[in-house]
Design a binder for this molecule. Sequence first.
Ligand code: ADP
Ligand code: MG
Length: 279
Amino acid sequence: MISETGVISPDTLSFTKEKKKLEGKSAGTIIIGHDLTEEKRTLGKLIQEERLEALGELTGGAAHKFNNVLTVILSYIQFLLQETEEPGLEKIKKQLELVEKSAFEGAKVVSELREFVRGRKEAERVEVDLNERVKDVVVTAQFRWKDQAQAMGIRINTELDLGNPPPLMLNDYDLRRVLTEMIFNAVEALPEGGKIILATGREENQAYFSVTDTGVGVSPQTKKRIFDPFFTTKGPQINGLGLSVCYGIIKKYGGTIEVKSEESKGTTFTIRIPIHPQK
Ligand SMILES: Nc1ncnc2c1ncn2[C@@H]1O[C@H](COP(=O)(O)OP(=O)(O)O)[C@@H](O)[C@H]1O
Ligand SMILES: [Mg+2]
């Protein structure tokens, strides 16, 4: 079947047959094609949520165990470090400090995994004005990427398209974290420069904000795994936890994250948060 946009999509089609009779005799068959795009999309979303739910359980258990192990390791290291204050033990002290650094890095990963599982621990919520927050996160994020982009000779322009979002009761750190992760993903999707557009607004009883880039886009295979912890297309040095953490945070507020993307054209992440969360 050819959709309005001219795309043939056999996997979202189903057919039903109806035999027609005229004066008791067979007069032929009518075949009706049903476009199931919307149904498939809803099903896809449910499967995605269930997968993330299952991943969350697995990850939660593993994070808890690792946390216990790391606590023991770190306390022994600290004890041993005190023992190496004596002269002549400088070399051992240095090596122990390296072990300590790695253990701290491990602890950071564990704490991010826990954020994915159930958002950050319930922290103080304040009334936030989305527009104000978007404006100041854009500025603080720019300090971190602008020089580097200029040195590489690429231009990234940011645009604001701010509407009238209702005030939300959120933890300020959570909101900054989500905005920052999304802005950096947008920057990383623009190796040849381009545009980042931040928009806010209101949709019925929800406030929304979105981050759009004119970058490389996301392939359909990547899109399925984009919120999975440790999923990254950026190489082995990258931990791939950014969007998992965002997912955990937004879920805590009863919100949703939608991804729309076209390869080589760009990507939009839209975050919607209900004004009165059902708890
Ligand atoms: N704006 C974007 N444009 C293109 N791809 C993106 C974008 N945001 C996220 N992705 C894809 O999703 C993956 C996971 O993102 P994330 O969880 O933030 O991990 P990381 O940025 O560390 O790789 C990225 O590696 C990338 O492939
Ligand atoms: Mg990221």
